[in-house]
Design a protein around this ligand. Structure first.
Ligand SMILES: [Zn+2]
Ligand SMILES: [Zn+2]
Length: 491
């Protein structure tokens, strides 16, 4: 499996992800998506929205604001309970999560070796004096304060006066925006249970110890669904909420597989009693084998009627659904598939990364699913000194860019250009050559054809330039290279 260092370096070098505010020394755990990163991220969001919101008749979308009424966070429990235990070092003033101290390597000045400095692996004792860590793991000198609860919400002020009455928060999750709009969506869209509301948007958590590149950041983007079901209904002999919970787990897993994640890199982790939030009936995480090890990719929780009941209590509004059949008002149960865009991007990136050997040379290739690849097609001129070839290539790029992300590149020889596109995961390259344009003065006959090269097999086919849009229509909507190649004949 690829290391995180390799991914971070590739991401910077090729314009996927940059450290935020890098020229000022960077901002802790904030990252900026570069020209290729933003394309990849947008495509992940676009296919998620298409597959889970637009194509399903039981789903609608929403885009709630980031700043909400502060009481939302009282009702949701975030003001009182969204905390981590934090300790401070009295010497270096570094802060740590009290419950994660033993997961850090620690600095030790060993009394058994005249105070020599060692860095000891997380959770282990000193091999010289057998002592265990009691002081600050970073400086090895400072006492740590007793743990105190630290709220992870970013606080800010609404309006021009910085007073307590004006305090509000940057949302720590998009979910609450859906719950507070439950009644609005129900009435305006005349929905019947079960139905779901999907939303993509930024969320903010003031993590004490973020890290591992874009895996855990203080500002991140979520793709969340709240799926409302009638708890009195049964489906296939089972309570509706339990049935839909399983369905959503399967649908989410299938989605990651569909866009290229290897089945053996995904597994399900059921929360046991100790991990389970008090309102949750069952929560299952989809875990991915990240370069840092198996970690949560997304969670699918059965939140019961907790959220709607809490908001009904604090707002004084009835957040219920009228069950026509039973002639009664019910508070729906909620199944919540919640995924992070940044984490999904990291998983797709890690899974796509390959180092191959081609004719004795190393080839780095990102085998992105064609629908996710930041660049769908690169158009390359075989000779950049020939005006007619360059003109034709530029015109083809313009035409293709009306449908897909297409780039033109003439800054190197063709072999080098192919490798560069491989390294950013471009599934197809189009090459314009002498035969494409011809030249009567040189006695060259034009055939009007261009070469398409497939990233994964490195095979090439030759097709009429006028048919490119149709051919890519097939290739970029799921038709296999082998089928398309069989139709046009290999070069
Ligand atoms: Zn310290
Ligand atoms: Zn020691």
């Amino acid at each position: 499996m690829v290391t995180m260092e390799t991914l971070v370096s590739l991401c910077k070098r090729r314009g996927f992800v940059f450290q935020s505010s890098e020229i000022y020394g960077g901002t802790g755990s904030c990252w900026d998506y570069g020209p290729l990163g933003v394309e990849l991220k947008n495509k992940i969001k676009r296919v998620w929205w298409r597959d889970f919101v637009q194509q399903r008749s039981d789903m609608v979308g929403l885009d709630a604001s980031i700043l909400m009424h502060p009481t939302v966070w009282k009702a949701s429990g975030h003001v009182d309970h969204f905390t981590d235990p934090m300790v401070d070092c009295l010497e270096c003033h570094h802060r740590f999560r009290a419950d994660q101290l033993d997961e850090l390597d620690w600095v030790h000045y060993c009394p058994a070796t005249k105070g020599n400095k060692f860095t000891i692996p997380a959770g282990e004792a000193c091999t010289h004096c057998q002592s265990r860590r009691t002081l600050c793991p970073d400086c090895g000198k400072g006492q740590l304060t007793p743990p105190r609860q630290f709220n992870l919400m970013f606080k800010t002020f609404m309006g021009p006066v910085e007073e307590d009455a004006a305090v509000t928060y940057l949302r720590p999750e998009t979910a609450q925006g859906i719950f507070v709009n439950f009644e609005n969506v129900l009435q305006s869209m005349r929905r019947k249970l079960p139905f779901g509301i999907g939303q993509i948007g930024k969320a903010f958590r003031n993590e004490i110890t973020p890290g591992n590149f874009i895996f855990r950041t203080r500002e991140f983007e979520q793709m969340e669904i709240e799926y409302f079901v009638n708890p009195h209904d049964t489906v296939e002999g089972r309570p509706a909420d339990e049935y839909w919970h399983d369905r959503w787990i399967e649908d989410c897993r299938a989605w990651f597989l569909r866009y290229g994640v290897e089945a053996e890199h995904l597994r399900l982790h059921e929360h046991d009693r100790a991990e389970l939030a008090h309102y949750s009936k069952r929560t299952a995480d989809l875990q991915y084998r990240f370069p840092i090890g198996w970690s949560e990719l997304m969670g699918i929780a059965n939140r019961t009627d907790f959220d709607l009941k809490q908001h009904a209590k604090w707002s004084g509004k009835a957040l219920t659904y009228f069950d026509e059949e039973r002639k009664e008002h019910v508070v729906p149960y909620v199944v919540e598939p919640s995924a992070g865009v940044d984490r999904a991007l990291l998983a797709f990136l890690a899974d796509a990364y390959r180092e191959e050997e081609v004719r004795g040379e190393k080839r780095v290739v990102l085998r992105f699913h064609p629908e996710l690849a930041p660049v769908s097609v690169a158009v390359l001129p075989l000779l950049k000194k020939r005006d007619d070839i360059v003109r034709t290539a530029l015109a083809l790029r313009d035409e293709l860019s009306r449908h897909w992300t297409a780039v033109y590149d003439d800054t190197a020889a063709i072999g080098r250009l192919y490798r560069r596109q491989d390294e950013v995961g471009t599934p197809y390259c189009v090459t314009v050559d002498v035969q494409t344009v011809g030249g009567s003065d040189r006695g060259e006959v034009a055939d009007g054809k261009v070469t398409i090269r497939d990233r994964d097999s490195m095979e090439q086919i030759r097709v009429e330039a006028s048919r490119l849009v149709a051919v890519f229509g097939d290739l970029l909507s799921g038709k296999s290279w082998a089928d398309v190649a069989a139709g046009v004949g290999r070069a």
